[in-house]
Each structure stands twice: as C-alpha cells, then as structure tokens.
Write a new protein. Structure first.
Length: 94
C-alpha cells in the first residue's frame, strides 16, 4: 500500500510529544480525507475511520518491529508517523 500525505501543514512550535500537523491522506493514490495530530502525544485523528482501519490491517501484513524482549506490528499511527518523518527529513535537510 502506498501511503502519502499531501498539503501538509506542520506546526513545529506546537509539537511536544508527537508531530503537530494536518494533512490530506492518500492511500494508493486515492484521497481518503485528512489526518491530524495535536502534537501532545495522543493518537492521530482521521476524517475517514475506514482509512485508519485499512492502515491498521496493512500494518499487520508488514514484518514486525522486533526489539529486546518485544515484538510489535505497525499500526495506522506508526505508518503516518513514518511518512511524516520522511517529509520532515526532506523539508529540513541541510
């Protein structure tokens, strides 16, 4: 699945625990509404709950993240965070 964020509005001054942003969400090239996070450590908010469900299901098909004493599958919020991190690295690259 291709996960894209477009029309990203990022608010670094309001970012505390998580990225504070709002963006249009695209899955496999189809706009699925928007996603936002208030930047205070909470979960993302999705305008289309079925898009979140699809991302959660997709995350379960990916190899788990394995650490010392734990194993976790990616979920919608992790996939969106990874997508935001790629965008941030490109935007703020030196």
């Amino acid at each position: 699945m291709k996960v894209e964020l477009k029309a990203i509005k990022f608010y670094p001054a309001m970012t505390e625990e998580t990225h504070c942003f709002r963006a249009s969400l695209y899955l496999d090239g189809v706009r699925r509404g928007w996603v936002l996070n208030e930047g205070r450590g909470g979960a993302n908010v999705y305008s289309d709950p079925t898009a979140e469900e699809e991302l959660n299901a997709y995350g379960k098909t990916l190899p788990p993240i394995v650490g010392e004493g734990y194993e976790v599958h990616e979920d919608a919020d992790m996939l969106i965070c990874k997508t935001m991190n790629v965008w941030l690295r490109k935007k703020y690259a030196a």
